[in-house]
Design a protein. Structure first.
Length: 101
């Protein structure tokens, strides 16, 4: 709960594109605490998943815009009509369809 409050407070000081990916580091911290507090053993899958989380967080923060821009609602709706977003939605629908067949 306290970590979530700090995440919320951090949004006042930095761009959401930088702060939000850093929230995924709580999963990495949970892995360490589970080992210390509950004596859980790390599996190969845990290590691979944690590495992917760290890599994704690193890439997201590295390539994110570091500017704090406030977009109007019209700007946001315009983004929904871009070719890039429509391709993304098509890819997500395709992936979901393949996973559930």
């Amino acid at each position: 709960v306290v970590g979530s409050l700090f995440d919320f407070a951090a949004l006042a000081f930095g761009a959401q594109s930088v702060v939000a990916p850093l929230g995924s580091l709580t999963l990495v911290a949970n892995l360490g605490f589970a080992q210390l507090m509950h004596g859980e053993t790390l599996t190969r899958n845990d290590c691979v998943a944690t590495s992917l989380i760290l890599l994704g967080c690193l890439l997201s923060v590295s390539f994110a815009t570091h500017k704090n821009e406030i977009a109007s609602i019209d700007d946001v709706f315009e983004l929904y009509m871009t070719e890039r977003f429509l391709l993304y939605i098509a890819a997500v629908h395709l992936l979901i369809s393949v996973c559930f067949i």
